[in-house]
Design a protein around this ligand. Structure first.
Ligand code: ZN
Length: 138
C-alpha cells in the first residue's frame, strides 16, 4: 500500500496538463506572458496582468520564500497523516507567483516565515507528481 493511497488526486485539465507533464519529469513549469513578461501560477487561459492570451510555459528556477504557513495537527483523513503533509505553506517563487504547497522533511518547530525553500517532487502515481518544497540548508 502506497503512502499516497486515499489522497485526492489532482485531475489535469487541458489548461493545466503542461504543468502536470513537467511535474512528472520533476520540473516546475509556470506560465509567462509573451506580451508583458509577467509570470503567473496557477495556470490560466489569460494573463492576469494584461489579459493577453499569448502565454508561454517556462521552467521556474525552483527557489521560493515562505510567505505564510500553518501546521496541521489534526489531518482531514488518515491519508494525510504523513509528516510531509503536516506543514501547509504559501510560498513566493523567485519569478513572483505564489503557490500553496507543503514543506517537507522539516520539523514544524524549525520553520519560519521568510525561510528560503527549494522545490521537490512527490510521486503519487505514475501520472501525478506533487510539487512541494523543502527548506534550503544553511
Ligand atoms: Zn501579460
Amino acid at each position: 500500500m502506497s503512502i499516497h493511497e486515499g489522497k485526492n488526486l489532482p485531475r489535469p485539465t487541458p489548461e493545466t496538463q503542461p504543468f502536470w507533464d513537467a511535474a512528472r519529469e520533476h520540473r516546475l513549469l509556470i506560465q509567462q506572458c509573451a506580451d508583458c513578461n509577467t509570470h503567473q501560477f496557477y495556470p490560466r487561459s489569460y494573463c492576469t496582468n494584461c489579459g493577453s492570451g499569448n502565454l508561454d510555459w517556462v521552467e521556474a528556477d525552483g527557489r521560493a520564500t515562505i510567505v505564510s504557513y500553518s501546521v496541521i495537527d489534526r489531518p482531514v483523513s488518515k491519508a494525510y497523516s504523513d509528516p510531509n503533509s503536516a506543514i501547509l505553506a504559501l510560498v513566493k517563487l523567485t519569478e513572483g507567483p505564489q503557490m500553496m504547497t507543503n514543506i517537507v522533511d522539516c520539523d514544524p518547530a524549525d520553520i519560519a516565515i521568510g525561510d528560503p525553500v527549494t522545490v521537490v517532487f512527490e510521486d503519487w502515481t505514475d501520472e501525478i507528481s506533487i510539487v512541494k518544497f523543502k527548506r534550503q540548508e544553511g
